[in-house]
Design a protein around this ligand. Structure first.
Ligand code: HEC
Ligand code: HEC
Length: 439
């Protein structure tokens, strides 16, 4: 009936190609050009990762504009940045199309940070143990004297044999760190991370925790993949909550991640860091608007979802097993921001941790995430990434130059899916990649 209706509509609207191959390519129900549902930005203009959710009301639009101000600001030393820092504003790393990477070093992904810790856990028994003197992040910039360290990233080529026997060349990173404030301990654990795009985050935050737990149960019954929630500590209450943000889902909310960025990346203080009556670098109001902004950046509209190749690719994404972790469809619960409430959307993530094998492991646990585990990253906006940021850098440390290379690194729980991808014929593999590029 649905197909009949589609054909009838196509004929009624005078759409060409009725009865051609295009009509025969069945696409799965999740395929849409509006992955953010009603929040999706319809056109791609200006700064693609800086558009407001389309369904915000006037008050929301005003808050979005107010929150864009601290996000876009490059803080000066007099405004509190540092002393040790990784950048001077969110835009130092979260490139949104204002300008593309200006790094002189084409090989260095923009916004690469280096997380460090000691083995074991801190006094609360759950969080990471800081490295004496250096803390949990090794920063290469300082407003006062020598920075903590100079950090150099070099790539070495590695061959990967595909399931069909052919070999492709990939690259893996080697970090060279030169500390300036005393030796780094031998047992130190290191995790380089590139900056993820900031789109659709409020929708991901509004997925009820019960849905995430239900997905854990469903995966453990179904067999091939077995995602887990990262159980992280809510700094305010000390309670254990589901982690959602960051490459290992180590942050539980957009606000907790924003505060972590203020402290760890920029060296700025927030309203709770100062004595009552004193002015913090970012006021309560500025922080609230910044968090609102971070939650309501729209997901860009997809391209070419009507193309037969993209439609076929979407089906293959499902049949190859990618969708087991990159869950196409999620639904938000009630949210204080009406535009994000009860929305069906398509982020292509389950927000769960998966063991991705030794090759991708950083060996550095983060709350309950092991050294082998990573959170499934959302794939919405994937096809825009290079044009927006100017950086060919996928996976947590930017080692993959293309989405195709990212697939070849999949192992552990994703090994079977990767094998199936490698055994697809050339046309099917290209179709799957065309689908990824449409996002
Ligand atoms: C030095 C580079 C850098 C700067 C500056 C920076 N970030 Fe980030 N940001 C990152 C990296 C790297 C991650 C991933 C962190 C991880 O895996 O734990 C991240 C993650 C995030 C996330 C979670 C995104 C996701 O998909 O999980 C949010 C939200 C965020 N940052 C907000 C901000 C805000 C707001 C600012 C400015 C106050 C900021 N960041 C400044 C590098 C940076
Ligand atoms: C077992 C779960 C799982 C399966 C199955 C899976 N992935 Fe992934 N995928 C992940 C995780 C986890 C990462 C992040 C790994 C990292 O950064 O080290 C990832 C990363 C990616 C990335 C890079 C995204 C980015 O932002 O850099 C792409 C592209 C991707 N996957 C596509 C696919 C495709 C296509 C398939 C099917 C052939 C697939 N994945 C199957 C879990 C999975």
């Amino acid at each position: 009936m649905r197909r009949f209706l589609a054909a009838f509509l196509a004929a009624a609207l005078g759409v060409a190609g009725c009865g051609s191959a295009e009509d025969r390519v069945e696409a799965p129900g999740f395929l849409t050009d509006r992955n953010g549902g009603p929040t999706t930005a319809r056109a791609l203009r200006g700064r693609p990762y800086n558009q407001s959710a389309r369904n915000l009301d006037n008050r929301g639009l005003a808050r979005f504009a107010a929150g864009a101000e601290p996000f876009d600001r490059f803080f000066l030393e007099a405004e509190g940045v540092g002393p040790d820092h990784d950048g001077t504003g969110c835009l130092s790393c979260h490139l949104d199309g204002t300008e593309v990477s200006t790094s002189a070093d084409r090989d260095r992904p923009p916004g690469l940070i280096v997380r460090i810790s000691l083995p074991g856990t801190d006094t609360d028994g759950r969080s990471q143990r800081p490295v004496p003197v250096y803390g949990l992040q090794l920063t290469p910039e300082s407003t006062h004297g020598d920075p903590e360290a100079s950090i150099d990233l070099r790539w070495s080529a590695v061959g990967h044999r595909r399931a069909d026997g052919s070999v492709v060349e990939l690259r893996r990173p080697n970090l060279e760190m030169e500390p300036r404030r005393g030796e780094l301990p031998d047992e130190m654990l290191v995790s380089p991370r590139v900056t993820p795009p900031m789109i659709g985050l409020g929708l991901l935050e509004a997925i009820p925790e019960g849905s995430l737990r239900a997905a854990v149960a469903a995966q453990s019954n179904a067999g091939e993949v077995s995602g887990r929630l990262n159980e992280v500590v809510d700094g305010d209450t000390g309670e254990t909550v589901a982690g959602r943000f960051g490459w290992k889902a180590g942050q539980y909310s957009v606000e907790s991640q924003t505060l972590a960025a203020l402290h760890g990346d920029l060296g700025l203080s927030g309203p709770d860091d100062v004595a009552p009556g004193e002015r913090s670098d970012l006021t309560r109001e500025e922080l609230d608007e910044l968090v609102f902004y971070n939650r309501t950046i729209a997901v860009p509209i997809s391209r070419g979802t009507e193309r037969p190749m993209v439609r076929r690719g979407a089906s293959l994404f499902e049949s190859t097993g990618c969708s087991a972790c990159h869950s196409p469809t999620q639904k938000s619960g009630p949210d204080e921001i009406g535009a994000l409430s009860n929305v069906t959307f398509h982020p292509y993530t389950d927000l769960l941790l998966h063991d991705m094998g030794e090759r991708l492991a950083d060996g550095r646990p983060e709350f309950s995430a092991s050294g082998n585990e990573w959170r499934t990253p959302p794939l919405w906006g994937l096809g825009r990434r290079v044009e927006v940021t100017g950086a060919e850098a996928f996976l947590h440390d930017g080692r993959a130059r293309t989405p195709e290379e990212a697939i070849y690194w999949h192992d552990g729980e994703a090994r079977a899916a990767r094998h199936r991808f490698e055994l697809l014929g050339d046309a099917d593999a290209q179709a799957l990649l065309a689908f990824l590029d449409s996002l």
